[in-house]
Design a protein around this ligand. Structure first.
Ligand code: HEC
Length: 521
């Protein structure tokens, strides 16, 4: 009897909720203002707007509808938005993916002739950050001169040397790459060294900077530290609280920039923001580099290289950078624990040299001592591979040139501490453009609730959190504050006295809003 009763109670609110989410309108045709704009503005416009790398802007109905057919094709195939790792394999910070429902909405809209709907219902464009997404940097290192990118439709890979001017060693909590001309900068990799090797190469090469394709042109053992990788859409993050990296005295940053093919001449002045640690760091981020320099890939063969090693102590994994060149087609990494569990780290099913990045697990990932870590990469060195730099195919081995290959990865590790598993790595709350789906950041239970809601929230950095409960007509009924520390935390919201029905819990964190729907029974 009781079950039947509560079913009755929930029915009406659930319909209300669907109407609120715009799902009720699905029986009718999807339209731009209500259904497509929220998807495109949140998942495409960060790159597809003037001055960014997306070749056409998507900032209005007219601009988006002009490309409707092509948008259907590239979203169905998964080509757009670009996100190389498999979201089925593991969950990583900042995933850019469309759900099956979103793809279907786009498809139905295009089939219906891309109707606009009521322009008054179109959401505003998100506010895209200009300047740093992290705050005010302690040190800004700019390119000494603007670099001229020729309009010859060719890829170009160039290393620029940015002296830090540091007279003593400094601990840092973030290094942020800021692309100057975002319509040509396709990716950037940043390392530091303090022996002047980069400056010597620059001096010996005409023009500002020097060319280098798959590395930095200097011997691996002269590189002090790998700092970060950037690709369009990447959002800089602080290292987790009380962890960080070291910049040596007199060190130079070497910034390798890939300029995408451009039909017109352009110039680029990119820069790097450095953030010093506020307090002495307790755990230094350890870059574990794996370079399989005996790599040999016979011509006219598909070869899978599989390597493994034993993990000597308990570590927490906080970053992964897989790296291969043009004929790499697939990466996979996982580990087997001494207890016999297999834990997935990352899969890149369709390796693309043009979309490299450093990936972070959603939460620090414990790798227990004694685990066997496996990494495998497949290379297609046949004439069927359109990216093969050699025609006809040639034997390939380890090297930095386009016609060489690499089996190389970096794992960013911290010595494990109890509780690390609960520390969220996405600081994506500091930007509007990319954030993990809210259900991963925010959980609300029990649902339906009767006297209280437990609100579970994952924060990478401490933040003051404001919460409010609003009803379906948007009236604010209750509000309060929570002083958020970093990590996963739970706080309570009293819902006694609220009428039965559907409500929205809205959290404002650092000026951004997260919402979750719930029912009161
Ligand atoms: C992270 C940046 C980024 C995001 C996000 C992004 N794009 Fe793109 N898009 C690009 C770039 C760069 C290109 C040019 C092709 C390339 O380099 O792969 C492109 C090309 C395209 C093209 C032209 C394809 C062609 O073959 O001519 C379409 C259409 C497109 N994007 C649609 C979308 C849609 C729809 C979304 C959102 C669902 C989206 N893009 C999200 C960067 C992005």
């Amino acid at each position: 009897m009781k079950a039947a009763l509560s079913l009755q109670h929930v029915k009406t609110p659930i319909f209300g909720l669907f109407a609120l989410l715009g799902i009720g309108a699905l029986q009718a045709q999807p339209n731009f203002s209500e259904h497509i704009a929220p998807i495109v503005y949140n998942k495409c416009t960060s790159c597809h707007r003037p001055g960014e790398i997306g070749p056409m802007p998507f900032t209005s109905y007219a601009e988006v509808s002009a490309w409707a057919g092509m948008i259907d094709v590239v979203t169905q195939s998964g080509y757009m938005p670009p996100w190389p790792p498999s979201a089925q394999y593991s969950n990583l910070v900042g995933e850019r993916i469309l759900s099956a429902a979103e793809k279907q909405l786009i498809h139905d809209w295009v089939i219906a002739g891309a109707p606009q709907g009521d322009p008054n219902l179109e959401p505003a464009l998100p506010i895209f950050p200009t300047g740093s997404v992290l705050g005010t940097p302690d040190l800004v290192l700019s390119m000494a001169e603007a670099y001229p990118v020729s309009g010859n439709n060719q890829d170009e890979y160039r290393v620029f040397v940015l002296p830090t001017g540091l007279t003593q060693e400094r601990e840092i909590k973030a290094i942020e790459f800021r692309a100057g001309n975002r319509s040509v900068v396709h990716h950037a990799l940043i390392v530091s060294e303090h022996v002047g090797a980069g400056q010597a190469l620059d001096a010996g090469s005409p023009g500002y900077g020097f060319p280098a394709f798959g590395g930095f042109g200097i011997p691996q053992n002269q590189i002090d530290e790998f700092h970060t990788a950037w690709a369009p859409g990447a959002v800089a993050e602080f290292f987790p609280a009380s962890t960080g990296q070291v910049l040596k005295a007199n060190s130079d940053l070497l910034v390798q920039i890939h300029y995408a093919p451009s039909p017109v001449a352009a110039t680029d002045s990119s820069y790097v923001n450095v953030f010093f640690a506020d307090q002495p760091i307790q755990r230094e981020v350890n870059n574990f580099e794996y370079a399989y320099t005996n790599l040999f890939l016979p011509a006219n063969q598909v070869t899978t290289v599989k390597r493994f090693f034993t993990v000597p102590q308990n570590y927490s994994l906080i970053g992964i950078l897989p790296h291969a060149h043009l004929i790499g087609t697939r990466w996979e990494m996982y580990y087997k624990t001494p207890q016999g569990d297999t834990v997935r780290v990352i899969e890149i099913p369709d390796w693309d040299f043009n979309w490299q990045g450093i990936y972070k697990p959603e939460f620090m990932q414990k790798i227990p001592a004694g685990s066997i870590f496996y990494a495998e990469c497949t290379y297609d060195n046949t004439a069927n591979n359109p990216y093969n730099p050699n025609n006809p195919p040639q034997n390939m081995s380890w090297g930095e040139n386009t016609s060489d290959e690499m089996f190389y990865f970096i794992l960013q590790l911290l010595p494990y501490q109890a509780g690390d598993e609960n520390i969220a790595l996405g600081n994506s709350l500091s930007t509007n453009s990319y954030r993990p789906s809210p259900d991963k950041l925010l959980k609300v239970f029990p649902n339906p609730a009767s006297d209280r809601l437990e609100v579970q929230l994952a924060l990478a950095e401490p933040h003051e959190v404001e919460w409010r409960i609003i009803d379906l007509s948007g009236r604010r009924l209750r509000s309060g504050n929570h002083s958020g520390v970093s990590g996963v935390q739970t706080f309570r919201v009293d819902v006694r006295g609220l009428a039965q029905g559907a409500y929205v819990l809205e959290l404002a964190v650092d000026g951004r809003s997260l919402t979750s729907n719930f029912l009161v029974e």
